[in-house]
Design a protein around this ligand. Structure first.
Ligand code: ADP
Length: 782
């Protein structure tokens, strides 16, 4: 088969030979070469690389470039700040030039692929190949410059030509000698040439080592280092690669002496720097080592900010930035007081837990400011494996330090406040559990020597103040939970939201949009209308966004229409925000049969939940619809079971479940619902549907039910009560054991709503059923 022909843009290489199968990067600066790369990138990304015999010639002619080179594919291009390009290429096949066109813009050539001329005798090929491998091992023993992984992979190669190519590209040969190997098409001649060159190099090394070992005994370490470096300079100058590597290493050394680095860090850096100065700046490893040194140097080993222990200032700043939240502020100040009295004591970690938009992040920021610490936020949401926290080993391609180390780098001080956001949203996959790594980060007993896989050096985290946040406490991994001091932040009432909007959010948004309280007026009524009709949340995040939207629109109006001031009344709200998005559930017009109002708690806050039940003639089927979770379904079954067991109390036919179909539906099917707390609501609606007695329309309830009709406590009472308050409910039935949560409810809610504390379903029915359950013999239940 005829060998393949190409017409390709040509790049003359100075001081470098590329072999087929080799991937490497080099910098391109000459205009014609850059144009050649552009041309290739516009097409199939192929270029022809040819060794330039004399590297001092700026504009090579046909005679200056070698006839044999490689066809290579461009993998990646990076624009360097000085205008040069750094290209990553892969050598594909050997080829020879048949025609050379020195164009205005770039050089082009017709090339034809050159195949190897195989060895005639496979035995002698084997002998030569063994010799090459032997010399490589000798070299490795003498000098250790060849990567042991490369050495191991070379043993696997079966083709003599390929072995010669890979060896030549990895062995420290002069580029000119490498080119000789490239040009040799005959495989046995290629191996022989290579062997001669390698033997020569090994001999030199051997002599050098002999001299060195003598020197070693007679010189002290400093002098020895000096001589080594001088020697290296000469070798590198020979290789034409001195400037960048050595100068860069010197620059780093200067930086290091100026810093007050821990001994271990210094030693590690010294080690890496001597590696750096040995490497060619063209090699991939050079970039890896350089990146590592940069990262280590960027760490705040020796930088910290002065801590401010003034609690009155902390209180001032917390009050300045946040409305209400008295309990939360109090808890934080207590924490600080303890910390300032016993700075060395290893306290627990604060966890701010509550729905989104309730000011968790913002409290952490104020706290950092008041303590004079730098603030960094690390989002843990969605983190699935350990490496994200602890980093990848630097031998990995594209390795990076983990989030904790990155955060410290960003903070630029070793005593920042690091906010670990959404610690409840971490999960784990097959690559290791992030919780374990997180435990080490947070554990004061262990974190003074935290090791990141990338950094490979221990970093002292004991001076970092960690604050975590979570939306729901239940989802915090248990071992982490045990180490935390949970401070709960619950949702805001409408009134609190109004005050936050007036005193904080609106002034902030006005300022951001270049407005003032004179140019933009937003009356309280309007703010209330926004809260009710355009947001449904426990926090104030969407509220802040909506106010921001109003400010932007108002600013536009003022500029475009030349108005001097704007008042956004409730009536014109639709003009700014569009139609209302939410309407709250309304209390039913009259008392209904088979329908009861429950209270639910979701991550975004509380909500009311109406449960509807139809009982029809049928064959005993129970149907549950409305996107209900397993626990809720079980809760419905428990309620049904309770009623069957007590059919005599309610005077219903004990065989009702055989002759009737029951359909339980919880509207708004798009929203998933789960949890046991709808138990008593289900039971009430069921009893109402089966007996035909109506449920009070003004009553809402929440509580888990047992098979014996006892009422068990629930969580999230405050959020649930707020939702009932919004709907205008007058009476709420809650489990007796939630009385302590009731005590902490806002006074406003306690004034407006009557609370009933139920130990068992009897109390529930007496309060929920229109007649008070007189018609039944409820006393039999207790
Ligand atoms: P979270 O971290 O809990 O999700 P953020 O801290 O991001 O909430 O709060 C959202 C916005 O609401 C921020 O602009 C914050 O300043 C504001 N905010 C929340 N609670 C209050 C409050 N009590 N007083 C003043 N502003 C608040």
């Amino acid at each position: 088969m005829a060998n393949k022909r190409y017409r390709l843009p040509l790049i003359p290489l100075r001081g470098l030979t590329v072999f087929p199968g080799m991937v490497l990067h080099f910098d391109v600066g000459r205009k014609k070469s850059i144009a050649a790369i552009d041309k290739a990138m516009a097409g199939d990304r192929l270029v022809f690389l040819s060794y330039q015999k004399d590297s001092f010639i700026e504009s090579p002619t046909r005679e200056d470039v070698s006839k044999i080179g490689v066809v290579a594919e461009i993998r990646q291009i990076l624009k360097l700040p000085d205008g040069n390009l750094r290209v990553l290429i892969e050598g594909l096949v050997r080829a020879g030039i048949t025609r050379y066109y020195d164009g205005e813009e770039y050089i082009e050539a017709n090339v034809v692929e050159k195949s190897d001329i195989p060895c005639e005798d496979s035995l002698s090929e084997q002998v030569l190949m063994r010799k090459v491998l032997g010399l490589l091992r000798d070299h490795f023993d003498l000098y250790e410059k060849i990567n042991p992984q490369v050495l191991a992979s070379l043993v696997e190669i079966e083709d003599g030509g390929e072995l010669a190519d890979v060896t030549a590209s990895n062995f420290p040969l002069k580029p000119h000698d490498q080119q000789l190997i490239l040009e040799e098409l005959n495989v046995s001649a290629r191996l022989e040439k290579l062997i001669a060159l390698m033997e020569n190099e090994n001999n030199i090394l051997e002599v050098e080592q002999g001299v060195m070992s003598k020197l070693k005994t007679s010189l002290d370490k400093n002098q020895r280092d000096y001589i080594l470096r001088e020697q290296m300079k000469i070798i590198q100058e020979e290789l034409g690669d001195f400037e960048s590597g050595q100068a860069e290493a010197e620059g780093y050394r200067e930086k290091i002496t100026k810093r007050n680095l821990p001994k271990e860090v210094k030693e590690k850096l010294d080690e890496e720097l001597s590696r750096l100065s040995r490497l060619s700046s063209m090699s991939q490893e050079y970039g890896v080592v350089q990146n590592y040194i940069d990262t280590v140097l960027a760490m705040p080993w020796d930088v910290s900010t002065e801590e401010n222990g003034d609690i009155t200032l902390a209180k001032k700043i917390l009050d300045r930035d946040h409305y209400g939240l008295e309990k939360v502020k109090e808890r934080i100040l207590e924490y600080l007081a303890v910390k300032s009295l016993a700075p060395e004591a290893k306290g627990s970690i604060i966890c701010l837990a509550g729905p989104p938009g309730t000011g968790k992040t913002s409290i952490a920021k104020s706290l950092a400011e008041s303590l004079g610490r730098k603030y960094v936020r690390v989002s843990l949401g969605g983190i699935q494996n350990e490496a994200e926290i602890r980093g990848h080993r630097k031998t990995y391609v594209g390795a990076m330090p983990g989030r904790i180390v990155t955060a410290l780098k960003m903070a630029g001080s070793k005593n920042p406040l690091i906010l670990l956001d959404e610690i409840d949203k971490m999960s784990s996959d097959f690559r290791g559990d992030p919780t374990a790594a997180m435990l080490e980060v947070l554990d004061p007993e262990q974190n003074s020597g935290f090791r990141d896989h990338f950094l490979e050096l221990p970093f002292d985290l004991s001076q970092v103040l960690f604050v975590t946040t979570a939306n729901s406490i239940e989802n915090i991994p248990r071992p982490l939970y045990d180490r935390m001091d949970i401070i709960e932040i619950s949702g805001y009432t409408e009134l609190e939201k109004l005050n936050i909007a007036k005193q904080y959010l609106l002034p902030k948004q006005r300022k951001e949009n270049g407005l003032s309280s004179k140019t933009l007026k937003v009356p309280d009524k309007t703010v209330n209308a926004i809260i009710e009709g355009y947001t449904r949340e426990s926090g104030v995040r969407s509220l802040e966004r909506k106010l921001g939207a109003i400010c932007r629109k108002a600013a536009k109006e003022i500029v475009e229409e030349g108005k001097s001031s704007i008042t956004v009344s409730e009536k014109v709200l639709t003009k700014y925000l569009g139609g209302r998005i939410f309407t709250y559930d309304h209390i039913p017009q009259s008392n209904m049969i088979g329908m009861a109002t429950g209270l639910a708690w979701t991550e975004v806050g509380g909500d009311t939940l109406s449960i509807e039940i139809n009982v029809m003639k049928g064959s005993g089927k129970l149907e549950l619809t409305g996107n209900l979770g397993d626990v809720m379904k079980e809760s419905a079954k428990a309620a049904l079971s309770f009623i069957r067991a007590n059919s005599d109390v309610f005077a219903i036919n004990p065989d009702f479940y055989k002759e009737k179909d029951i359909h339980i539906h919880v509207p708004e099917g798009a929203i998933p619902k789960d949890g046991p707390s709808a138990g008593i609501t289900m039971a009430t609606a069921l009893i109402s549907a089966l007996t035909g007695s109506a449920v009070n329309r003004n009553v809402a309830m929440t509580g888990e039910i047992t098979l014996r009709g006892r009422v068990l406590p629930i969580g999230g009472l405050r959020e649930k009560a707020l939702a009932a308050y919004r709907m205008g409910i007058q009476k709420i039935i809650i489990p007796f054991e939630n009385k302590k949560d009731y005590e902490e409810l806002p006074e406003k809610i306690k004034e407006k709503i009557e609370f009933v504390f139920a130990k068992d379903i009897k109390t529930v029915l007496e309060n929920a059923i229109e007649t008070g359950g007189e018609q039944w013999n409820l006393s039999m239940l207790s």
